[in-house]
Design a binder for this molecule. Sequence first.
Ligand SMILES: [Zn+2]
Length: 53
Amino acid sequence: MAGKKPFLKVQCSVCKTTNYFTKKSKKVGEKKLELKKFCSTCRKHSVHKEGKK
Ligand SMILES: [Zn+2]
């Protein structure tokens, strides 16, 4: 029971490809993640957001 840490998909907001995974910490529960990362599909840096399950 203890130590269950859900993994989040991090998707490119442009092409919706899942490029990264991240661990969701307890305290950041409500806030939507937004990261600027390199997308290999778009071949550029784009905004990545937390994906839906
Ligand atoms: Zn992309």
